[in-house]
Ligand binder design. Structure first.
Ligand code: NDP
Length: 610
């Protein structure tokens, strides 16, 4: 059995004082506009979304055709749905993708240093099926992108895929019982079934900083890296920046990976930080061939389940912590405390949460003290310290990020007091009343994750029966059966975080959903049905189930520093909204069992087929 010990964390501090400090740090970052503070990528900013720096867009003739299934999106979500459709015997599947190839986030994000932040043995899907083993614990982006392409090849998805194509409108045509898909290439594709698989990280967002359009230098979003401008490639050597002053806006998962490379190569680097991330040791390592030899069939699913238990379920005493890294540390430390009690079984949920909270403070204090040990300038070190609970933001690991601030050519600009960069001018950025002149601004400012779905789906109109707009229909919350179909939107299937059970592995979510969607579509086709749609009763019942079983995280979310995990703290009249949608409370594996039982019955309960 693998042993993975709890970590040493300090306890010589005052939790109440820290709790107060967390609240103050949160309050100073809360913005009344909430997620509306971000610029929508329309009009003059459309290029940040539609421009593809990696694949020249080739002219082609518009496509007019009837097909069985259109899958919108060629990232993990689309690939896994399409793979399951193929496995279920549905062959006429066309993936429509904005990028020039499959890969989704792994196609678009090619910034220097890109790696996955979750252990790749759990994160990268279909490792066993494709007989592929990542080269290290945290694999490079290029390796994951290649794996996505291999999924496409393995399941024959390239034959019908169309790339460099942006879906504009999606309208249900009740005469022909098909979805009419129009695109920026003037296509008119009439699909019997549509699977929406655009994923939560596909649409970049820009901070709504006054004057953002005035900058006369060079600017790009991290997910559209401009190597023509910087030189180099994903492994670095950004030699064209040697005489340039560069600004990075943001210090989230993306920026943490980019900064060490810019620090090394730019003439001067300014990192504009509103909220510091938690940055732990990386401990990346090449994959051990002996470990690979020891693996038994089914190992990946088992590992994903183990990771899920140690993170999402809080802890898994009695089970080894197979992943054993910064993601599972809190669960591990909590479990050690609980198991040391005289009678762990008598612990109430409240007592458990109190222990977990204490361990959370201790873990975060360990991370803050690590910064003091690594960053020489005390003022910079203090500014880099995160004061919020673990999992208020995505936890990160990187060995070069914090030491980068010891370089003379790197300046941390703390913009927390002004709730962000104050202004963009023709020549640079203003913070704390000081103008920083720069040649280039790199926006590592994230993606539309919790904003209104009309912003994040990147489709102008989704209209179901009688012109019903999905954006209107879901304005006050999702209305679905099993999170994957919605009444009034026949033959349309949703992937992602709606009203589903959620796994700690995003790809595991897509696999489960893809399998279920493929089953429904294959059954409909084999039963000769042209239309599949949930009944009102079944949909209402599912919405009730989701509400009744919901785990109430609102107190935790409300205590967290703003970010996409809590819909920017809930300003702008939107309230706190989880980036995970409205999860089914009993969890991912219970959801999987529920769907499997539903399929087993074979009566398509709650769906109307005609
Ligand atoms: P994030 O949304 O996590 O970060 C955006 C950053 O921009 C934050 O630091 C934010 O500050 C900052 N920001 C926004 N507005 C302003 C402003 N007006 N002034 C100054 N700063 C501002 O985006 P990322 O691209 O870093 O990451 C998004 C997600 O993508 C990750 O959480 C992860 O899920 C995924 N990802 C995964 C990776 C992997 O697995 N390898 C790598 C990279 C990303 P504040 O925190 O104050 O809002």
């Amino acid at each position: 059995m693998t042993t993975c010990a709890p970590t040493d964390t300090p306890d010589d501090f005052d939790i109440d004082a820290l709790r107060e400090k967390y609240a103050q740090e949160r309050a100073k970052r809360l913005r009344p506009e909430g997620s509306k503070q971000y610029v929508e990528l329309t009009d003059e900013f459309a290029g940040y979304y539609e421009n593809d720096p990696y694949t020249p867009v080739q002219p082609r003739n518009p496509i007019h055709e009837d097909i069985d299934v259109a899958v919108l999106g060629g990232g993990f979500g689309g690939l896994l749905s399409a793979a399951h459709l193929k496995k279920a015997g549905v062959d006429d599947v066309r993936i429509i993708e904005l990028g020039g190839d499959f890969g989704g986030v792994w196609y678009w994000n090619r910034y220097p240093g890109i790696q996955c932040d979750n252990e790749s043995y759990c994160y990268i899907p279909l490792l066993e099926e494709l007989n592929f083993m990542p080269s290290k614990k945290f694999a490079d982006g290029a390796e994951i992108y290649e794996h996505c392409r291999n999924i496409g090849k393995h399941f024959g998805l390239y034959d019908k895929a169309i790339f460099s194509t942006q879906v504009r409108d999606l309208r249900w045509d009740d005469e022909i019982h098909r979805w009419r898909i129009s695109t920026n290439r003037d296509d008119d594709i009439r699909a019997r079934f549509v699977v929406l698989a655009s994923g939560p990280f596909h649409r970049p967002k820009l901070p709504g900083i006054p004057g953002i359009q005035d900058f006369k230098g060079h600017a790009f979003h991290s997910s559209r890296w401009d190597y023509d401008y910087t030189g180099g490639d994903t492994s670095g050597n950004l030699h064209k920046l040697a005489d340039k002053k560069v600004a990075v806006i943001g210090t989230g998962a993306t920026a943490i990976q980019i900064v060490p490379f810019l620090a090394r190569d730019a003439g001067h680097l300014y990192v504009f930080q509103r909220t510091p991330s938690t940055v732990d040791e990386r401990n990346n390592a090449p994959t051990d061939p002996e470990w690979v030899k020891s693996l038994q069939p089914g190992w990946q699913k088992e590992r994903q389940r183990n990771f899920h238990a140690w993170t999402f379920e809080g802890m898994a005493p009695g089970q080894p912590d197979l992943v054993c890294d910064f993601w599972t540390e809190l669960g591990r430390n909590t479990a050690a405390r609980v198991m040391a009690l005289e009678d762990p079984a008598s612990l109430t949920p409240e007592q458990f949460m109190a222990i977990r909270e204490e361990e959370d403070y201790k873990l975060m204090e360990r991370l803050r003290r690590r910064i003091d040990a690594l960053v020489e300038d005390p003022q910079t070190a203090e500014a880099l310290k995160p004061y919020y609970r673990f999992l208020c933001k995505r936890p990160l690991s990187n060995d070069e990020y914090l030491p980068a601030f010891n370089r003379p050519n790197v300046t941390l600009v703390d913009v927390s007091d002004s709730r962000g960069v104050e202004k963009v001018t023709e020549n640079g950025l203003v913070a704390g009343g000081v103008e920083y002149e720069v040649d280039c601004i790199i926006y590592a400012s994230g993606f539309e994750i919790t904003t209104d779905i009309s912003r994040r789906y990147s489709i102008d109109a989704i209209e179901g029966r009688d012109g019903l707009s999905l954006y209107d229909y879901w304005r006050d919350g999702y209305k679905t059966l099993h999170g994957m179909t919605s009444r009034g939107f026949p033959n349309q299937f949703f992937t992602g975080f709606t009203q589903v059970g959620i796994s700690a592995n995003i790809a595991a979510n897509y696999e489960l959903q893809g399998e279920h969607i493929a089953y429904v579509i294959a059954e409909a086709l084999s039963r000769g049905a042209e239309v599949v749609e949930p009944t009102q009763d079944a949909q209402d019942a599912w919405c009730r189930t989701v509400k009744e079983t919901a785990v109430d995280n609102s107190a935790f979310d409300a205590s967290c520093t703003p970010g996409y995990y809590n819909n920017e703290g809930g300003g702008g009249g939107e309230g706190l909204r989880s980036h995970l949608g409205e999860p089914y409370g009993p969890g991912f594996y219970a959801f999987g069992d529920l769907l499997a039982g539903w399929r087993e019955k074979g009566d398509m309960d709650g769906l109307v087929l005609r």
